[in-house]
Each structure stands twice: as structure tokens, then as C-alpha cells.
Design a protein around this ligand. Structure first.
Ligand code: URA
Length: 300
């Protein structure tokens, strides 16, 4: 596949934007989160719990309780999803039946705008639902809103968004006409930290429903986090690129996150190759449906 150098040159390169929690990247490597290592030293004192303790007093004999249908309070203690949750989020989970897969666009947007399913609601300015053509053949999926997106309520509006728009333009695609763009997470993680697993789990039904409603012919997952969340794996970008994956019956192409490309210029040509693979996959999907070339909605 020929790389169109002039188009790649056109892609704007703005200020470097590095998410907190990510380490700098050596050429050829991909983004990754900083790991915290806990080192046990020889001087570490023995934990208090393992030292000799006085024998506890015998517990009093159990008192007979009246029969009841209501389980004791501590029966709920081992439910993992109640850990660390603000009380209102727990209440929302209990009260809101998971009917997200039945919602239409307006109801879904409203549900997201009022969502309190996880702690990210506490510090957001706006939810970031998604933008673009709700009947697009192309759907692009990123990670989570950053500061600018949180302020404006729209995905990819910062420098990374400009780069993304330029790359899309090179394929005759744009969020104004024939692409839908959404994130895995709809609220900004404070300080741009990586989203937690439970935050992903609670937000997932919204993205699933968006994919069901858009019915894209091809999905482009941008960045390791989005790709891992969609494909339910822990693979590296390098191993996921250059292959066609599947999410709920829709072909998925994995590529680098535009924010990563802003600081790793050497991988821009790979990202362009990924988009070309997405375009070919899209064409094949159309051909399989018997759509004639030239009659397609999106892309060259
Ligand atoms: N990064 C993302 O993954 N999504 C946005 O909307 C902005 C930055």
C-alpha cells in the first residue's frame, strides 16, 4: 500500500500532550501505564498481625433470632461492586434496571447525561456522549474525555482531535458528515488517570448501545485502552494492529491513539496504514452486502 506522504505531512503536530500515569515512549514502543512497584525490604518489620497476641475471650453463646425473610446486612458485604462506591452510585445501580439496550438515541443521551453509575460523575463538568453521523458506516472509539472534552462535552476536541480530523479528511471522512466518534468512558477521569475496571464495566452498556444504534460497517479502536476494552484482552497495540478483529459482529481495526501520535511521529505512517486497512475492510463489507462502488456512504 502506497503511503501518501503529502497527506501525512499535512497532519498537524501540536503541543505534546501526555496523559498522567503514562511513561515516555521509546521509538517503536507503544503507550503504557506506569506500574507501581512495592518492594519489601529486609528491614520491614514483621506485620503486627503475625506477632503473638493474647488469646481472645470466648464469644458469647448465640442468641436465638426470630425467623425473617430479610437477609442479614452482612450478607451483602462480599459484593465486589459495592466497594468504594459513593452512596448515590450504589442507589442508582439498585434503582436503575439495566434497560440500556432498549433505549433510543434521545433516551440514551439523556441517560448518559444524568448517569451516576460510578464515581466519575462527581467531578465531571459534562458527560461526553459522542458526536457525528448517527447512521455512519464508520465508528471511531477512543478512551475517555480529557480536559477540553469535559469542558465542551464533545469527544476529541483538543490537539489530538485536530490530528484525528486531519487523518479522517485524508480518507474523505469527517465527524460532520459520515463518521460517529465515541469513547469507552463518558466522563473524564480526574487528572486524566487511567479508567478503573469498574468504571469501564459500568459505562460499557452505553457504548454497546451506541454501536447497536449506529450499526457501523467498520469500527476503528484508537489506543490500547479502547482496543483492550472492546476486544476484552490485555494485548499490546503492536500485536493487535494490522489484523481485523470483531466486536459484536462488526469488523474492528486497532490503531494508535492520536494523542500518542502527537509525540511519536515515527508511528504516524503505521497509523495511516491502519486507516487504509480499515478502508479496505469497509469496502469488503460493502461488497459482501452487494453495495456498488461509488454508492457507499463513507470513505474513498
Ligand atoms: N482522548 C480520548 O480517548 N478521547 C477523547 O475524547 C479525548 C482524548
Amino acid at each position: 500500500m502506497a503511503l501518501d506522504e503529502s497527506l501525512i505531512e499535512e497532519l498537524g503536530i501540536g503541543p505534546v500532550w501526555v496523559r498522567r500515569g503514562m511513561v515516555s515512549v521509546a521509538p517503536g514502543e507503544e503507550e503504557r501505564s506506569a506500574a507501581v512497584q512495592v518492594v519489601q525490604t529486609a528491614e520491614t518489620p514483621e506485620p503486627v498481625e503475625t506477632r503473638q497476641q493474647p488469646k481472645p475471650a470466648e464469644p458469647p453463646p448465640p442468641v436465638a433470632q426470630p425467623e425473617s425473610d430479610v437477609p442479614p446486612l452482612d450478607a451483602y458485604d462480599d459484593l465486589p461492586w459495592t466497594d468504594d462506591l459513593p452512596v448515590h452510585a450504589e442507589a442508582a445501580l439498585v434503582e436503575a434496571p439495566d434497560d440500556v439496550h432498549t433505549l433510543d438515541w434521545d433516551a440514551l443521551a439523556e441517560r448518559v447525561a444524568n448517569c451516576e453509575r460510578c464515581r466519575l460523575c462527581e467531578r465531571r463538568t459534562n458527560t461526553v456522549f459522542g458526536v457525528g453521523d448517527r447512521e455512519a458506516d464508520w465508528m471511531l472509539i477512543g478512551e475517555a474525555p480529557g480536559e477540553n472534552e469535559d469542558k465542551q462535552g464533545e469527544p476529541f476536541v483538543g490537539q489530538a482531535g485536530k490530528l484525528l480530523d486531519n487523518m479522517l479528511r485524508a480518507l474523505s471522512l469527517s465527524r460532520e458528515s459520515n463518521v460517529y466518534i465515541a469513547n469507552v468512558i463518558k466522563c473524564r477521569p480526574p487528572g486524566n488517570r487511567n479508567p478503573e475496571l469498574d468504571e469501564v464495566a459500568r459505562c460499557e452498556p452505553y457504548l454497546q448501545r451506541q454501536v447497536e444504534l449506529v450499526k457501523p460497517k467498520v469500527i476503528v479502536a484508537m489506543g490500547r485502552f479502547a482496543a483492550q476494552s472492546l476486544l476484552k484482552n490485555e494485548a499490546s497495540i503492536a500485536s493487535m494492529r494490522a489484523r481485523v478483529h470483531e466486536y459484536r459482529g462488526v469488523p474492528v481495526i486497532v490503531t494508535y491513539h492520536p494523542a500518542y501520535l502527537l509525540r511519536s511521529l515515527q508511528d504516524k505512517s503505521k497509523a495511516w496504514a491502519d486507516l487504509c486497512l480499515a478502508r479496505n475492510t469497509y469496502r469488503e463489507a460493502l461488497a459482501a452486502l452487494g453495495v456498488e462502488q461509488g454508492a457507499e456512504k463513507g470513505g474513498l
